[in-house]
Design a protein. Structure first.
Length: 258
């Protein structure tokens, strides 16, 4: 278990915990996307902004996060290399633009069985992917104004306010866990149970020390809770390596040892 004392002392010694209004992102640089098969039905796409998780199968496609808005066409093209099936679900791990910037285009490229996004303009049944997030994400998106305003079609249409939400898609349980007041106040960690992969969003990154967005409700105690939750869920394989894999918000695939 990671203690607050250990993480705090290491972080502060390096000037480590960034107190940001938004997560850092290279929004204008040319990008090249790369896809990695993690294990089971789950893949990771790197280069769209934050890492994007893709689950594929007979039921269609489920995405975790949508990257920056300028990279969405490339992201959809990369997803289509993995599957020609319908994009059914998009889960947002939190509200930062490098993770939700492609929401509107992903929504428009997708379809659902039960109906479309009902925020903003009314959609015909089956039009648009279902966007899922904690209700704090919707609250922040819908209240933003000016340059921070988010199109209504990019808003989550299926929100939850409890500690967990559960789906069964492409033959496996998909467990969404809300970690209160961590990276932000609306963080969701996604666990694909059969594939044994955790999509962590910015609750865990391998490219920097923890990033805590105080303006959006972040807190170091929540980061500790999230990391310890990942340790509890994950099971290592041979010589404490492999087993459960963790897709971070930014950086390389990790395991429990990391």
């Amino acid at each position: 278990m990671i203690s607050r004392k250990v993480l705090t002392s290491v972080a502060l010694a390096a000037g480590a915990i960034a107190l940001l209004s938004v997560a850092p992102a290279q929004q204008n640089a040319p990008v090249e996307l790369h896809t990695l098969h993690v294990q089971g039905n789950v893949y990771m796409i790197v280069g769209a902004g934050g890492n994007v998780t893709v689950q594929t199968g007979d039921d269609g496609i489920l995405l975790v996060d949508s990257g920056l808005p300028g990279n969405t066409d490339k992201l959809i093209a990369e997803v289509r290399k993995l599957s020609k099936g319908p994009i059914r679900y998009l889960i947002n791990t939190h509200v930062h633009p490098d993770h939700v910037g492609g929401n509107e285009k992903i929504f428009l490229a997708g379809s659902t069985v039960t109906g479309g996004n009902v925020t903003g303009d009314i959609q015909d049944a089956g039009v648009g992917a279902t966007i899922i997030a904690h209700e704090a994400v919707l609250n922040r998106m819908s209240s933003a104004t000016g340059n921070q305003a988010t199109p209504a079609k990019a808003w989550p249409s299926d929100t939850y306010f409890t500690r967990e939400k559960k789906l069964f898609f492409n033959g496996e349980a998909v467990l969404l866990s809300h970690i209160p007041a961590a990276h932000t106040d609306g963080d969701t960690m996604v666990y694909f149970r059969r594939s044994d992969v955790i999509s962590a969003g910015d609750l865990y990154v391998t490219t920097s020390y923890p990033i805590i967005d105080l303006q959006r409700g972040g807190n170091i105690q929540g980061i500790l809770e999230a990391l310890n939750r990942m340790i509890d869920i994950s099971v290592p394989a041979d010589k404490q390596e492999g087993g459960t894999y963790i897709i971070p918000g930014h950086g390389r695939v990790a395991d429990q040892a990391d």
